[in-house]
Design a protein around this ligand. Structure first.
Ligand code: ZN
Length: 80
């Protein structure tokens, strides 16, 4: 499945995506919703900027890499 899903700002795709944040130091991976980050930084914040500020809760390094994955729409969902 494509790499055409690009999140630049947290508000992109109306926040309907899931963030996988992987620490490049200890390889711990966490799953987040953008809502959590938007609470901290606002919906206009750039994803790359937000991720750069995050600290790994395990090893304390700021070496997180994030990828955004589209939320699977519920069965029968139709966009308008
Ligand atoms: Zn870590």
């Amino acid at each position: 499945m494509g790499n055409d899903f690009q999140i630049e700002k947290l508000a992109d795709e109306f926040g309907q995506y899931v963030l996988y944040r992987k620490c490049e130091s200890c390889l711990n991976e966490r799953r987040n919703t953008p809502h959590l980050l938007a609470k901290l930084c606002g919906w206009d914040a750039k994803l790359t900027d937000v991720v750069r500020r995050l600290r790994c809760s395990i090893c304390g390094q700021k070496k997180c890499a994030a990828r955004a994955v589209p939320m699977t729409p519920p069965r029968g969902y139709k966009s308008h």
